[in-house]
Design a protein around this ligand. Sequence first.
Ligand SMILES: Nc1ncnc2c1ncn2[C@@H]1O[C@H](COP(=O)(O)OP(=O)(O)OP(=O)(O)O)[C@@H](O)[C@H]1O
Ligand SMILES: [Mg+2]
Length: 392
Amino acid sequence: LPERIEHFHSLVPLDTAQQNSQTPFGYPSWVYKAISVNDGKAYALRRFEGYRLTSERAVRNIQAWKRIVSGSIVTIHDVFTTRAFGDSSLIFVTDYHPLSTTLAQHHFGAGSHFQPRQTGQISEKVLWSYIVQIASALKIIHNTGLAVRLIEPSKILLTSKNRIRLNACGVLDVIQFDSQTSIAELQQDDLMQLGRLVLSLAVNNIQAMHNPTRFIEHLSRIHSPELRECILWLLNSPTPQNFKGIDSFLANISGHVITSFNSVLHSEDNMTTMLSRELENGRLVRLLVKLGFIADRPEFDHDPQWSESGDRYFLKLFRDHVFHAVDANGNPVLDLGHVLTCLNKLDVGIDERLQLESADEQTLLFVSYRELKRRLQDVFQELVVASQRSYG
Ligand SMILES: Nc1ncnc2c1ncn2[C@@H]1O[C@H](COP(=O)(O)OP(=O)(O)OP(=O)(O)O)[C@@H](O)[C@H]1O
Ligand SMILES: [Mg+2]
């Protein structure tokens, strides 16, 4: 593989605990935040120390992983080897999710510097949401002919409230590329691992990952029969008569899939409403910025009177009309409604006419919003052209 570490700068380590080779991967691993020189964006680099790539076949699956688009996995962009760290390292380039933690850190306080953010019982609602999110990733991954191979709390990233993503996908495909296990078995194992994960979260004990049977009996005390059934289904070994696949799993939990789907629609509606409100704010801010560039500018084009004459004078009086209104006694009128109405009319450029008056009441101008809008655009354009001139 070509060396591509020089495409990244400003590496910041994200691991808080010292690493040893007792990681799930068998190699010490570090995660760094890094900035790409190609697009200026932040990426997460996962480095495996001491890994030697012995065969191009090892990275064969990465092409398929790169094409997987799912909101429930951390997207993979690239993989390469490098000697830049003074050893032979394997690097995975993935999306960087700011302010994220792992489920291990969040629920179990893993890593010596961490207290669990959230201790105690995880609500069943959150558990079902986790299940649905991972199941939706498994659906895409298994249908592509791949398997996650590693589903455990430290390899699931919590990127915002209750939003999770499978992390480190594709890693074992490279590191254990010569494993003899068939993809069908690996996919079955994904479901088993999901069962152990959900169990350990449900009983709030990470030991359940390694020793599930000991903890199953705790389940019925704290959780619904439905969740218990779901976990048992995942944990049961498949038999030739009873092939376990992601499709049958999804069919079993379809009620919860619909619940999640509905809440996603609901929050998308909220988001759209909020965004359209912000869009309106954005338009008004742009208008204000333009007015600010123009009104009261001390000198332009060697003309000290520039902002006091021509189109600019209309705009200055308009600015006064919007912001400097006074009542009959000369007291300031601070009416946000008036400001928004005027700015919106200007933004649209309606035909309504308004009367602009100078502070000394010597000048009276009649002008339509449409005309004001045109003047604003022209004058702003004039400034834009001049600013580009000075940048050369
Ligand atoms: N794609 C990413 N974007 C942002 N932060 C990440 C990303 N991947 C990992 N992190 C953060 O980097 C830290 C280390 O991640 P890592 O997967 O190594 O977990 P770990 O707890 O150190 O587990 P392990 O013992 O397997 O190394 C975690 O705090 C995690 O939140
Ligand atoms: Mg780590």
